[in-house]
Structure formats: C-alpha cells, structure tokens
Design a protein. Structure first.
Length: 270
C-alpha cells in the first residue's frame, strides 16, 4: 500500500501539470473581419472599363453616377487585380483551424485556389498586451510559382474594434503598396481607409469608406492622382435605394452636389 500511494500521487501531479500546460495555451486570437480589408464597391460596378480615368461625358443621363463609379473603380481594380491573391487568402482563413505554435503564437496553414492556380498560405497571429500582430506568408505554385514571402502584415486590437494592414505589391516587387486602416463599431466595420504608400506618382492617394446614420448612409472621401494632378472627390449614397450624389470641383466645375436616382439617372438635387 505504501508503494502504491507515491505512484498515485505522481500520476495526480502529472495530470495536473499537463492540464496546466493546456490551459497556458489559452484561446487563439480572433481573426479580424473580412470587411477590414474590403471596401464595399457594390453600388459602383461600372459598365465601362474598370480603371479608365476618363468618365462619361458630362450631361449624359447617368454621368453623375458614372463619374463616381469611375473614380471608385480605380480602387476596386487594385483589390481585384494587384491584391487579389492575398485578399483571397485572408478571406479563406476564417474556415481554417489554427495550430498552437508557442507562447501566445498561433498559425493557420492551408491552400487557396484562385483562377485555377493553387497557393499555399501561412497566417501567424501573436497575441500582445493590447493587440494581435498578424503576418501572411504566401507561396506560389504551378504557373505562378514563387518562394514564400510576406505578402501582408498588420495589427488588430484585442477587443476587435480596429486595426491596420500593410500589403506588399507582389513577390517580384515586395515593397509596401497599400495601407488599410479600419474600425469596427458593435458588429459593423463602419470605417475603412485605403492609402497608396508605394513611392511613385500616386503616393498618398487615398479613399475612405464609411457608414453613417444619415439618409445617404454611406460615403467615400477620395484624394487621388488623376494622371495630371491630385483631385478630391466626395460621394454619398443610400445603401438600400442606391441613389446618391457626387461633388468634385475639378471635374464638375463647382462645389455643388450632383445627384442620381435609384436607377443611376441624373436628377435634380433636393
């Protein structure tokens, strides 16, 4: 009996020790929402070629909406082309199960397919005292082959109320390309700002997307290089009825709002 007791005691201590190790892992960090990386461009899908900086002729029946769609489309093009791979990889992370790596560090490893090409993604999250540090590494295979590189990184607040992303251009040009700042209120990401940070003619161009409680409850504030000079554009619309208005001194010639109805047809502003 005396011999059995020490053995039982050791087993109890070992069980407690292992349980304690498991508890030390804690929970993995919560992924930032997909909306932290994506501005809503759904109301501005233009029939004209995306990225064309030449808007429809002023005065045509839908020229007000068409101009707004053209300017917004430049930014939409960046996400849908240059940064399509890292954005797709981030969106896919939500369906993956992370693995504990070390103290407060977790990793998501998986594959994502885009345009019939498969990429390997490795997302790491390290929990700090006030925020989580994120890094996304991507490896190309097949027709788009490249070694693993850090495509984007960023931080998010522990409480999930905001954060920032820095996205590099691509594997061949691994330089900072776009900065994304975002904030979340309750369950909604109500503010997203894209800032162009690559050192060329478009440096410091930006678009801010936000939601408000106004009748026209969504807006863009845009500052961009129009191939001649920097220009400022303000756009507001209703996300349910899709009517809205646009303001641009450089293109429209004054500081007035120019409106469109729910069918995207020019209308007199009320």
């Amino acid at each position: 009996m005396k011999k059995i007791f020490p053995l039982v005691f050791i087993l109890i201590l070992s069980t407690g020790f292992l349980t304690g190790c498991k508890k030390d892992k804690g929970l993995p960090p919560v992924l930032p929402p997909q909306e932290s990386m994506l501005i809503d461009f759904s109301n501005y899908t233009s029939a004209s070629k995306s990225g064309d900086l030449t808007p429809a002729q002023k005065g045509t029946e839908n020229s007000n909406w068409e101009y707004a769609a053209t300017v917004a489309g430049v930014w939409n093009l960046i996400i849908n082309t240059t940064l399509a791979i890292p954005v797709a990889a981030f969106k896919a992370a939500v369906n993956q199960t992370p693995v504990y790596v070390s103290s407060k560090s977790w990793q998501w490893s998986y594959e994502v397919t885009l345009l019939n090409t498969t990429y390997k993604a490795r997302l790491t999250g390290v929990i700090g005292s006030t925020d989580v540090q994120w890094k996304m590494y991507i490896t190309g295979d097949g027709t788009d082959s490249f070694a693993e590189f850090l495509w984007f990184e960023g931080t998010s607040k522990i409480d999930g109320t905001g954060g920032q992303w820095i996205l590099n251009q691509n594997a061949l040009t691994p330089v900072a390309f776009l900065q994304i700042d975002w904030t979340k209120t309750a369950t909604t990401v109500g503010y997203v700002k894209y800032t162009y940070v690559k050192n060329d003619s478009f440096l410091n161009s930006y678009i801010v997307y936000g939601l408000t409680s106004n009748l026209l409850n969504a807006y863009y504030t845009i500052h961009y290089y129009n191939l001649v000079k920097f220009s400022d554009v303000n756009i507001e619309w209703n996300t349910t009825t899709n009517n809205g208005h646009v303001k641009s001194v450089d293109y429209l010639g004054d500081s007035n709002w120019y409106c469109w109805d729910s069918n995207k047809i020019n209308t007199v502003c009320q």
